[in-house]
Structures are given as structure tokens and as C-alpha cells.
Design a protein around this ligand. Sequence first.
Ligand code: IDP
Ligand code: MG
Length: 148
Amino acid sequence: MAIEQTLSIIKPDAVAKNLIGEIYSRFEKNQLHIIATKMLRLTREQAEEFYAVHAGRSFYSKLTNFMSSGPIIVQVLEGEDAISRHRAIMGATCPKDAAPGTIRRDLAFDPSNPECHDNAVHGSDSTENAQKEIDFFFRPDEIFPRTG
Ligand code: IDP
Ligand code: MG
């Protein structure tokens, strides 16, 4: 097991629903330490750049419109196997497919909403992407590792 850092986002839907504290509590209860944090609102262009890997997908326009629709909270999480453990507590991409107990199922599932994009949280999916995504939002002097 390795100590990793990963980039996490609380998306506009979850900020609007006042779920910041609930989500941070789940991180901390799962030994994912918050070592950098800030609130900001992405422009449409910044959302398109962040999700450039999905350019051309059917959901790209809706996704980037949604991600620039309101404030988000971005954080760097640190811990043992932080990348995969963060994604495990997030749950499957679409809230309707996510397992009970996960953030996306518990906090983003709405039976009347068939969409997948407003799913409360983002998490990096690899060490390479984690580093790229951390660099997208944070300068090195804004990150406070504490692996002890
Ligand atoms: P992930 O967030 O679980 O890693 P990705 O496949 O990387 O999922 O997709 C990025 C984001 O794009 C998702 O979190 C979700 O907001 C949105 N998205 C993915 N698939 C769909 C879809 O089929 N319909 C609508 N939005 C989607
Ligand atoms: Mg992804």
C-alpha cells in the first residue's frame, strides 16, 4: 500500500444542497485527509479544459455546462491508496447505479432524474491524472501533506 494524493471535487449540485460537511465527514471517517481545499466557480472554458478527455462524448456539453453552473469545492485528499479508496466511497458514476452507502447513491440519487452528470463528486482515476488534476487547481504552497 502506498500513500497517495488525489484530486476531489464537490460538484455544484452537492454544494447547492449544503452537503459539504457531510461529504467532508465521509472523507475524514475513511482516513482520507484533506490537505488542500478551496471554493471556486469554473468558467465554461475551464470546465471544458478540465474534462477535455471527454470532449466529443454525448454528455460533454451537459457536463461542462453543469460544472460551470455554480460554486464547487476542490480538495486534495491524502492517505493509503487514496485514489482507489476515494473512488470506492464515491460509488459508480451514475447515482442510480451506485451502491447504497456510497456518496453518489446516498447524496445524489433522485429517482425522477435519469441524468448522470449531477453526481455530487469527482475523483481522479489514476496517479497520472491525480497529479495533473491537482496541478490544475493548486500551487505546491497551497498543499499541506500530513501522512503521520
Ligand atoms: P467518473 O466521474 O465516475 O470518473 P467519467 O466517466 O470520468 O466518470 O465521467 C465524468 C463525468 O461525466 C461523470 O462524473 C458525470 O458527471 C458525467 N457523465 C459520465 N457519463 C455520463 C452519462 O452517461 N451521462 C451524463 N453524464 C455523464
Ligand atoms: Mg472520471
